[in-house]
Design a protein around this ligand. Structure first.
Ligand code: 6PG
Length: 248
């Protein structure tokens, strides 16, 4: 399957183009099903996307927001992915609380937090004939170590084939993380990767054009089984790519 990559001059243009695609997918889903289920990404790159989405013309009342992963911190903590999205997107859009599905890290017991999130997914996301939830869109970032969501190299969550959402010990961070698993992510109708910055260039060419090393580069395991995937990169992150179909 050919890699579809959209290269932008800078993170702001990346955010603009990714937002246009987000709105296109969302409108189609809302027209078809009167709803749109989305899993947002943590990290800093999505801020450029969120900055464009707050001005988008969309029936936001039809959108259910989930999070591909979360840190083991309270929802008001500076490191919380929920807090970042809340400040940059959900509050500015006035999204109703019942449409926001965050990991309930206040439950404290790790597997309870993960199992509660799986139950929330089951309650609010269409479950496919294969028994897996089918998100309309999942947004992902990529670390310079090749991780995506909180699926870090050589961690237990990479092996998960059954659970939709898991706790994941990340040795290099000396902390627990929570993450959706590959079966759920790969069952999405659309996956959008957002990658910006020179520090990602070496990893991006390894992930897209290098030898398959999914335990070292978990982002390589993101392959939609029945969906579309686009990479949105800025020129700095895409600077080492060769002979890749670059979309407008
Ligand atoms: C997180 C993210 C993580 C992130 C990458 C890239 O919880 O941090 O889900 O997977 O997307 O680390 O982060 P940046 O966008 O900040 O480079």
């Amino acid at each position: 399957m050919s890699t579809k990559i959209v290269v932008s001059k800078n993170p702001e243009e990346l955010g603009k183009k990714a937002a246009e695609d987000f709105v296109r997918i969302a409108r189609h889903s809302i027209e078809e099903k009167q709803r749109f289920t989305i899993a947002l990404s943590g990290g800093s790159t999505p801020r450029a996307l969120h900055a464009k989405l707050i001005d988008a013309d969309l029936d936001w009342s039809r959108v259910d927001f989930f999070f591909g992963d979360e840190r083991n911190v309270p929802p008001d903590h500076a490191d919380s992915n929920f807090r970042m999205a809340s400040e940059t997107l959900l509050k500015p859009l006035g999204i109703a609380e019942e449409r926001i599905h965050r990991w309930k890290t206040e439950l404290l017991v790790l597997n309870e937090i993960a199992d509660d999130y799986e139950a929330d997914i089951r309650d609010h996301v269409y479950v496919d004939t294969n028994g897996l939830p089918r998100f309309d869109l999942i947004i992902l970032g990529m670390g310079s170590d090749g991780h995506t969501a909180s699926l870090f190299p050589h961690t237990e969550a990479l092996k998960e084939k059954d659970r939709f959402a898991v706790e994941n010990w990340v040795e290099k961070l000396d902390s627990w993380r929570f993450t959706m698993t590959f079966p759920v992510i790969n069952n999405a109708a659309n996956i959008t990767f957002l990658v910006a910055g020179k520090d990602k260039a070496r990893t991006l060419i390894e992930v897209i054009q290098g030898a398959r090393r999914p335990r070292e580069l978990p982002a390589q395991s993101i392959q939609p089984t029945n969906g579309e995937m686009f990479w949105y990169a800025d020129e700095a992150a895409a600077s080492l790519l060769r002979n890749v179909d670059v979309y407008a």
